[in-house]
Design a protein around this ligand. Sequence first.
Ligand SMILES: C[S@@+](CC[C@H](N)C(=O)[O-])C[C@H]1O[C@@H](n2cnc3c(N)ncnc32)[C@H](O)[C@@H]1O
Length: 289
Amino acid sequence: MPDHDQLLTFPSSYRAQLSDAEFARLSAFIYNVAGIKMPPAKRIMLQSRLQKRLRELQMDSFKEYIEYLMSERGKQEELIQMLDVVSTNKTDFFREPVHFDFLRDTVLPAHYGEAGARPIKIWSAACSSGEEPYTIAMTIAEYCRTKGVLHDYSIMGTDLSTKVLKMAENAVYKMDKVEGLPIDILHRYFLRSKDRENPTVRVVPELRRHVKVQRMNFMDETYSINEVFDVVFCRNVLIYFDRQTQEKVIGKLCTKLKQGGYFFLGHSESIMNMTLPLQPVRPTIFRKI
Ligand SMILES: C[S@@+](CC[C@H](N)C(=O)[O-])C[C@H]1O[C@@H](n2cnc3c(N)ncnc32)[C@H](O)[C@@H]1O
């Protein structure tokens, strides 16, 4: 083992501290542009995540960073990078599996059972790195395979963060992301890389071609999606917003959901006491009325 006898020295950006006043300015800004709440308990997390940006930009203080971020140039050049850093992107394949069971057992049979059924259109809103839209695609592919039928479908994935959308578009994942998935799902829907040192998997092209991704911020005044969907997934993102913002966002998402279409929320999210055109059908699953 090498000797450890050197004192650590770091550039000043490693030591840059986010003061309470700077945190308050930054958190108000983040709330305004992305709706994301940043309570004081998140100060250290925000500081350490942004220190990396300061280093990349060769800035020594948060004061300098905040001035740049809030300038017209910063809003063009830095805002998206900053949002990539502050957003929480945790996701998994088949996360909260009852939703995919409901899709397979209720939504798909009803949709495709109609005479002359058109391709089902599903929106994975806040799709992060793509595990959710590809899980939806696998669920539809499995449904068609087991019924011995061929049905077309399209899935739109949107997110605020360009970093995760790039991952969703590439559909390449580390092996640990697919550990625990049933072996036949792995065989049917993933390809393995040749790299034995650092193996990855990629979703097969037959599923990828049904999934399109695009950037969209829930805070946008009007949503730039000119489609109406049969199903909207909006899971595990509203928890970062306050109630008023949650209600506004769900209301806007509902304008893109066809009447009778299904809306899925994350398991810790609720629409209790909100005025929305949604009727509960199961916990966290709703139908548009
Ligand atoms: C925890 S992930 C949830 C991913 C997936 N829906 C799931 O349930 O596994 C939350 C995602 O919401 C996105 N997000 C946060 N604020 C957003 C906003 N204002 N507009 C759109 N997406 C946002 C984040 O970038 C992140 O990828």
